[in-house]
Design a protein around this ligand. Structure first.
Ligand code: NAG
Ligand code: NAG
Ligand code: NAG
Ligand code: NAG
Ligand code: NAG
Length: 356
C-alpha cells in the first residue's frame, strides 16, 4: 500500500502560522521567516517525481490526485494542497516547490525536502529521501545561503521554522513485517527510531535551527488501507498498529522536552495529530465531514486501496467520490485537503502545545 504516515494538520497549520507571524518582527528585517520542511508523503509537494526509482515516481502523478486545487496531479498524495503549502499561504510565503525540482530556488523562503514513503530509518523504503538524506540536502542549502554571507545565513536559519512529519512509515513497515511483535521488541524498535530522530534534531540545532514544529504520528490502525488489508476489522481500527504510534508519540514529547532544557534557544511545539485525527475518524460530523472511515478514492473495503491505479480498457479499478470536501480521507492513507484549516481556530487548544 502507498505512502504512509499521517496527519491531520489543520491545527498544526494554525500553530505554525502563529509561530511565524506572532513573534515580534525585528525592526532591521522586513523579511518573512523561512520554512524548512522534513517528512513523508503528508508533507511531500512532489519530490518523489524526481527520484530514480520508477515505482516511487509514479505515486500521485495520476488523476485524481491534485483534482481539487491544482487541477492536475503534482506528485502530492492528496486531492489538493498538503499542510506545508497551506502553512506557507497562511504565512504569506510562496508555496515551497519540491527541493528536487530542477531550476533555481530561493532558499531564503526555505525548502521542502519531504518524500512520500520516507521514514526515519534508512531501512524504511530504500530509494526514498529518508530523513538523513533530507538532512544532507539541508546542509547543502545552508552552504548555498552562506554564499550570500555568513551572517545572513545564520539569521535565516535561526529564525526559520522547521516542520516535521515523520515516523509513520517506519511503524507501518514494522507492523506489516511483525504484526504480533512483543511489547519488548516494539519498545526496542521505537527507541531506535527515536534515537535516530534525536540525532538528526541535534544536527539541525548545530546547523542553526531553533524552532521545531512536529506533527506527531497519527492513529495508524485507523487508516482506510488497514480495513482493506484486513477486512475482518470491519469498521474498527487495528489497535496493534496504533499502539506503535502512541508509544512513539510518548517518547517524542519526552525527547523534545529534554532537548529544550539542554539546548539554549531550542523551542518546540507538537501538534497532537494522533488524537485530533482519531476523534475525526469517530465523530466526523462534529468537524463538518460526512465520512470519517472510508476514503474518497480507492477500491476494496472502505476504498482503502488502489486510488489512481490502472485502467483496463477504459474501466477504472477504483471509485472516486464527487465531493472530497465531505471526506476525511482522500485515499487509503492520506487525508483530503478539506481536512483543513477551516475550523482550526476552534480546535486549537493551547494547553496541548507549547507556544514557540
Ligand atoms: C539519481 O541517480 C543519479 C545518477 O546515479 C544520481 O546522481 C542522483 O543523485 C540520483 N537522484 C536521487 C534523487 O537520488
Ligand atoms: C497475530 O495474533 C492474532 C491474534 O492475536 C492472530 O489472529 C494472528 O494470526 C497472528 N498473526 C500472525 C502473523 O502470527
Ligand atoms: C539508527 O538506526 C539504525 C538502524 O537503522 C541503528 O543501527 C542505529 O543504532 C540508530 N542510531 C542511533 C543513534 O540510535
Ligand atoms: C480489452 O479489450 C480487448 C479488445 O476488446 C480485449 O481483447 C481484452 O481482453 C480486454 N482486456 C481486458 C482485461 O478486459
Ligand atoms: C471540511 C471543511 O472544513 N472544508 C473547508 C476547507 O477549506 C475550504 C476553504 O479553503 C472551505 O471552503 C471548506 O469548507
Amino acid at each position: 500500500m502507498a505512502n504512509l504516515s499521517f496527519i491531520f494538520c489543520e491545527i498544526l497549520m494554525i500553530l505554525a502560522t502563529i509561530l511565524l507571524l506572532v513573534e515580534p518582527v525585528k525592526c532591521y528585517s522586513k523579511q518573512h521567516k523561512a520554512l524548512f520542511v522534513f517528512g513523508d508523503s503528508l508533507f511531500d509537494p512532489g519530490n518523489n517525481k524526481y527520484l530514480n526509482d520508477t515505482k516511487l515516481k509514479v505515486v500521485a502523478t495520476m488523476w485524481p490526485y491534485g483534482e481539487t486545487y491544482f487541477k492536475h496531479p503534482t506528485g502530492r498524495v492528496c486531492d489538493g494542497r498538503v499542510v506545508p503549502d497551506l502553512i506557507a499561504q497562511f504565512a504569506k510565503l510562496p508555496i515551497l516547490p519540491p527541493y528536487l525540482q530542477p531550476g533555481t530556488h530561493r532558499f531564503t523562503d526555505g525548502a521542502n525536502f519531504a518524500s512520500g514513503r520516507a521514514g526515519v530509518l534508512s531501512e524504511t523504503h530504500p530509494g526514498t529521501i529518508q530523513l538523513r538524506l533530507q538532512l544532507s540536502y539541508f546542509k547543502a542549502v545552508k552552504e548555498s545561503l552562506k554564499r550570500k554571507g555568513d551572517e545572513k545565513a545564520k539569521n535565516v536559519l535561526n529564525d526559520a521554522v522547521y516542520l516535521f512529519s515523520i515516523g509513520g512509515n517506519d511503524y507501518f513497515s514494522f507492523y506489516q513485517t511483525y504484526p504480533n511483535a512483543s511489547q519488548f521488541y516494539k519498545g526496542k524498535f521505537v527507541k531506535m527510531v527515536i534515537a535516530n530522530l534525536t540525532s538528526v534534531l541535534k544536527e539541525i540545532y548545530d546547523l542553526g535551527g531553533r524552532k521545531i514544529a512536529f506533527q506527531n504520528v497519527g492513529p495508524l490502525g485507523c487508516i482506510p488501507a488497514m480495513k482493506t488489508i484486513d477486512p475482518k476489522l470491519g469498521s474498527a481500527c487495528a489497535d496493534e498498529a496504533s499502539s506503535l504510534a502512541r508509544l512513539h508519540n510518548r517518547y517524542l514529547s519526552i525527547v523534545l522536552n529534554k532537548l529544550e532544557s539542554h539546548l539554549a534557544g531550542f523551542k518546540y511545539s507538537i501538534f497532537d495529530c494522533y488524537n485530533a485525527f482519531g476523534d475525526r475518524v469517530n465523530n466526523p460530523s462534529k468537524y463538518g465531514f460526512k465520512e470519517g472511515k472510508a476514503a474518497c478514492c480507492g477500491s476494496g473495503a472502505y476504498r482503502g486501496g488502489n486510488c489512481g491505479g490502472i485502467t483496463i480498457n477504459g474501466t477504472k479499478l477504483y471509485q472516486v467520490c464527487s465531493n472530497p470536501g465531505e471526506y476525511l480521507w482522500f485515499d487509503g492513507v492520506h487525508p483530503t485537503e478539506s481536512a483543513n484549516f477551516s475550523k482550526a481556530s476552534l480546535e486549537w487548544r493551547p494547553k496541548n502545545h507549547r507556544a514557540l
